[in-house]
Design a protein around this ligand. Structure first.
Ligand code: ACO
Length: 322
């Protein structure tokens, strides 16, 4: 069995906040942000608009793209670091909103690597034959955990959601088979203090704000990303030449460019959305996938390389034939 993508979808809150608008409230500039990160604007959820609202909208779009009913889904895995509530899992809110009462739904917390973790976990349930169709969602409202007075972090992140529908399908076992081919996940908790939120139920009893040693994150990112991608290539015999698209986590244009260049991936294969989405953490990969699929770049049969790195540190890579 293989986990085959039936469809994908995304959702962005209506408000787009440009660098120029941000520069009115913190000491920054469009030039600084664009030069260091490639970000020009990011979307911000409206008051009262929650992570589950974004997730449900993305899920409905993915179901419509897949051409299946919500009732056909028997597994929901939702990656988020910004759940609606401490509990229950935001995935159960999505499940209820979609009118699904069978199967099960849960959240995964791996920050920016969350979508890759969620995809990998869903794949295990599908290829085991235990479940048939999964919704894998990445959804975030990082605007709620930013310190809007800290120019070193508040300019980097945005809100949004993306989703894919996976189905377990019998495949003949060829290299050309559709579906998730391999995924490789890593974490190293020694780095947890370099990117974290300074609050939580068991520590401060508050929600807290995102804190980051940006230079330290940058210093580790490219090596970790390229190592795990090389592991995915080694496991499959695929390469920078054989992939059709590189869809990285969208944190920062300089990290993406440096990773692609180190791996020898041609710039025209790189899907970039960080300019208009900012860093949407677990939502960034499915948002970028939906963008490149629906603008006609990713075609049936294309080989797609996914990659992410984030808080923990957590990181990972996956190869998927659409
Ligand atoms: N506007 C203007 N000036 C700023 C801003 C800002 N928004 N933020 C910082 N500065 C200033 C600093 O105060 C500093 O000033 P100083 O020299 O007077 O002290 C100067 O710019 C340089 O600051 P650095 O932190 O050294 O800048 P750097 O070139 O490292 O860029 C950045 C900072 C963009 C955060 C970079 O380190 C980076 O991209 N790191 C990766 C972080 C990341 O992507 N995190 C996302 C989460 S993890 C993930 O998803 C992979």
């Amino acid at each position: 069995l293989r986990s085959v993508v039936l469809g994908c979808g995304s959702y962005l809150p209506a408000e787009a906040l440009t660098n120029a608008e941000l520069a009115k409230t913190v000491d920054t500039s469009d030039e600084w942000i664009v030069q260091r990160t490639g970000i020009r604007e990011r979307h911000v959820a409206a008051p009262g608009e929650m992570t589950s609202d974004l997730a449900v909208a993305a899920a409905r779009a993915a179901l419509a793209d897949a051409g299946i009913d919500a009732s056909d889904i028997d597994l929901i895995v939702l990656a988020t670091a910004t759940p609606d509530y401490t509990f229950p899992a935001t995935a159960t809110t999505v499940q209820a909103a979609l009118g699904i009462t069978h199967g099960f739904a849960f959240d995964v917390q791996a920050v920016c690597s969350g979508f890759l973790y969620a995809l990998t976990i869903a794949d295990k349930f599908l290829v085991s034959g235990q479940h048939k169709r999964a919704l894998v969602i990445g959804a975030e409202t990082f605007s709620r955990i930013l310190d809007w007075t800290d120019r070193t972090t508040c300019v980097l992140f945005g809100d949004g959601a993306g989703a894919v529908v996976l189905e377990a399908q019998e495949q003949p076992g060829l290299a050309s088979d559709r579906g998730l081919i391999t995924s490789h996940l890593r974490s190293d908790g020694r780095h947890r203090g370099k990117l974290f939120v300074d609050g939580g139920p068991s520590s401060t009893g508050t929600v807290g704000h995102l804190r980051m040693e940006g230079r330290e994150v940058f210093r580790h990112a490219v090596g970790m990303i390229t190592d795990v991608i090389e592991a995915a290539f080694a496991a499959t015999g695929e390469s920078a030449e054989s992939i059709d698209w590189f869809v990285p986590h969208q944190a920062n244009r300089r990290i993406i460019d440096a990773s692609a260049s180190k791996l020898g991936i041609a710039p025209e294969k790189v899907v970039l959305t960080v300019d208009v989405h900012g860093n949407t953490s677990a939502a960034s990969i499915p948002l970028a996938l939906a963008t490149a699929r629906h603008d006609g770049r990713i075609k049936d049969g294309d080989l797609v390389l996914l990659e992410a790195m984030g808080g923990g540190f957590t990181w990972g890579a996956a190869l998927l034939r659409w």
